[in-house]
Each structure stands twice: as C-alpha cells, then as structure tokens.
Write a protein that binds this ligand. Structure first.
Ligand code: ATP
Ligand code: MG
Length: 387
C-alpha cells in the first residue's frame, strides 16, 4: 500500500498530481512482470499476479518516488466480514510477533469505505480482542505500543503493521523546470534533491576546468547526478568547459574579486542553458554565511548576473542539517571524495566578504570578450543523459 501526503490537499489539481504520481510509481516498477498498480481513494495498491512475488524488491524502488510518504507491506483480507478480520488480524500478528517474549500493541482501523456498517472503533476492539485471546505474549497499550496493527477497510480490507517511510514532497516534474548548478560538493546535490522533492524538474550544469580540475572531478559530478536520477528517474547533465573563462578573469581582475566574478559567469552561462532547456529558474547550493561568497553582500553582488530567479533551497540551513540530508539521499559519500573543484583552485586566500554590486559589475564590464567566451563555453558543453 502506497501512501502519499500533501497532494491530497491540492483541490482541483489533485487528480493531475495523482495521475503523475501513479505514472511514476508504475514506471518505477516496469521492470517487474505481472505487477499492477491500482489507484484507490487516497492510496495506491500494488498487487502481483504471482503469489510468491518478493515485495521487498519493489518497496525500495517505490520509496524513492518523490511524493510518496510511505509504503506498507500488507495483506489483502479474503473478505471484510468482521469474523474474518479477527482471524486474519490474529494470523498476521502471530506471524509477525510470535517470537517476541512479550509485546504491547493497539489496533487502528480506518474505514475508507463509508458503506461498511461497522464503526472503526468496533473493528479495532474486535480484532484487538482476538489478538489478546490468541496470543499469550500480547497486551494492549494504546499510548505507546510496540506494534500498531492497521486495518484499512476499502474495496477490500488490508492489514499491516509496518510503514517504510519515504521522502514525501510533490510528484516530480509537476512544478516547472530548473537548472541546478551542480558542483562536486555536499551542498548542491542536496539543493537539487530538495527542489526535485518540491516537484521541480531538474537539469544539471557542471563547470569543468581541465586541466585544473581532473576527469575524476567530472566523474564525481556525474556520479552525483546518477544518485539524483534514482529519485527523478531521468537526468540530463551539461558539462561546460570553463577554463578559458577562468583564465581570462584571473588575468583581468583583482584576486579578491575573482570568486564572485566566477560565480557570476556560471550563473550567466546557466541562464543561457536554462533558455535552451525551457527552465524557469537556477538552483544553487548556497547557504548564507557558509563561505565568503555566500554572505548577503555576495548574494547581492551576483544577483544581476541572472534575470531569472536564483533559488537557494539551503539558504537558511546549517551545514550539519545539509549533511544529514546528503547522507539520507546517499550523495554524501560521493561528495566527500577528495577531488578538487575549480573554485578551490581559483579562489583567493582572502576573497571579499562585502563586495559591492556596482563595483563588481563595473570590473566585469571592463573584461573584454567575456560574453563571447560564455556563449562559446555553452555551445561547447557536453551533454550526458541518464535514465
Ligand atoms: P557545494 O558544496 O555545492 O560545492 P560550496 O559550499 O563548495 O558548495 P561554492 O563553491 O561557493 O560553495 O559554490 C556555491 C554554489 O555554486 C554551489 O552549491 C553550486 O550550486 C555552484 N557551483 C560552484 N562551483 C560550481 C561548478 N564548478 N559547477 C557548477 N556549479 C557550481
Ligand atoms: Mg563547491
């Protein structure tokens, strides 16, 4: 049984969101034969023609479909008759808890089928009684039970006691499109994930500076993109050659302004790609105050480089919170591989922490041929697709 959360609240759009989510769950399971995903009043039910189908293979895939809040392995009762629910509820608990010396439980019933004549609390009481009578090691605790036995009365009745927590959010690709500036660090993949989770369709852009950044740095970024793909099912990555732009700026501008000016060129190039890819925003892994270029002054000084919104989903997050998410989505181990990124090679030891936008823009205007270099880099970008 697949549970989804927030999209239930979304008025007229609900059916669009549900259909998109249903399509994504089906697509995620398309590698299995004889699997059916059925929509039923606020839930999806995944069934197999094969009685021996091992659902533990399917669950980890469905858990990664964005918009899903949980997946419960459950049994479908033979009939909804209360006597039968007592028998099957007890059987289920025996299978699950027979080896425990003792355990506490409660029964929670949800009556989605309002035609069903017995009230939820009566069903819970009847099944609870059957468990107490049938299992010596069971006792009831309604406040803090070890096990919650769920009964859901729908077209059929479903019995389960465990929910594998998923990531929640909105179905992927239901909230417009964005270009993710993806470096090899911890932050930008996390930022991309958070936006994908809000339904934004992500295309990644990485600025690569050979020979100052190695092939392995590029591999690392592609590996990160593949992890994001495990949530989005498809991702495209543009690798933009950035060396000429970096060298040009390094010879033309004061070292303390280099970082912020490099960032501006990345945003400009990303915006060109956004236009080609029909994306409405840019996404970065900036977190306020984390490094010199991410002060409020730094953010103000890069703003004018792009005319479309720059979204910074990590703006208010602490590093540890970002790391916690990166671990959960399994980008962290890749991000900490020790390959340099271009900014560390080209950053000054003392970058300005309070750059002034007007001065930065004036310095930038004096660099000859910069716009041409940006267009050239975008034209020469290498595209990778993972599906
Ligand atoms: P991250 O952990 O994401 O690398 P960071 O803490 O290293 O971030 P910066 O290097 O200042 O911070 O980069 C800030 C943001 O700029 C990154 O999160 C990313 O969105 C973007 N960015 C930086 N370098 C690159 C690059 N080489 N290619 C693509 N985007 C980049
Ligand atoms: Mg970085």
């Amino acid at each position: 049984m697949v549970k989804y959360g927030e999209i239930c609240l979304r008025g007229d759009n609900r059916s669009i969101y549900e259909k998109q989510l249903l399509r994504q769950v089906r697509r995620r399971l398309s590698g299995f034969d004889g699997i059916h995903v059925i929509k039923e009043n606020g839930r999806f039910l995944i069934e197999s023609d094969d009685d021996d189908f091992d659902f533990s293979l399917a669950i980890p895939l469905v858990v990664k479909v964005l918009g899903v809040i949980g997946v419960s392995p459950c049994i479908k009762a033979d009939c909804k008759d209360i006597a039968n629910l007592r028998v099957q509820g007890l059987e289920y608990m025996k299978k699950r808890c027979h080896s425990l010396p003792s355990f506490t439980f409660k029964v929670e019933t949800r009556r989605a089928d309002k035609r069903y004549s017995i009230h939820s609390y009566e069903v819970s009481a009847a099944v609870g009684e059957a468990v107490i009578d049938g299992m010596q090691n069971a006792s009831v605790d309604v406040h803090n039970p070890d096990v919650v036995l769920h009964i859901e009365i729908r077209e059929s009745a479903y019995i389960y006691a465990m929910t594998e927590k998923a990531f929640g959010g909105l179905p992927y690709a239901t909230s417009g499109r964005g270009i993710l500036l993806l470096s090899g660090g911890i932050d930008s993949p996390t930022a991309g994930f958070l936006m994908a989770k809000r339904g934004v369709d992500i295309t990644a852009v990485y600025f690569h500076s050979p020979p100052f950044t190695s092939e392995r740095a590029k591999e690392k970024v592609l590996d990160l993109a593949k992890v994001l793909r495990s949530f989005t099912q498809y991702i495209k990555v543009f690798v933009v050659p950035f060396t000429d732009i970096q060298l040009k700026l390094k010879e033309s501008v004061p070292p303390a302004k280099l970082t912020i000016l490099l960032k501006r060129q990345m945003l400009k190039a990303a915006e060109l790609i956004a236009a080609n890819e029909s994306c409405q925003c840019l996404i970065t892994g900036d977190s306020i105050g984390q490094v010199a270029s991410q002060t409020m002054h730094g953010i103000a000084a890069v703003q004018s480089a792009a005319s479309i919104p720059i979204i910074r989903p990590l703006a208010g997050m602490d590093k540890q919170d970002i790391i916690d998410i990166a671990r959960k989505i399994e980008t962290y181990e890749i991000s900490i591989r020790p390959y340099e990124d271009c900014c560390t090679l080209f950053s000054a030891s003392h970058p300005e922490t309070k750059p002034k936008a007007s001065i930065i823009e004036a310095v930038e205007r004096r660099v000859e041929g910069l716009e041409e270099l940006i267009h050239k880099a975008v034209a020469e970008a290498e595209a990778f697709e993972f599906s």
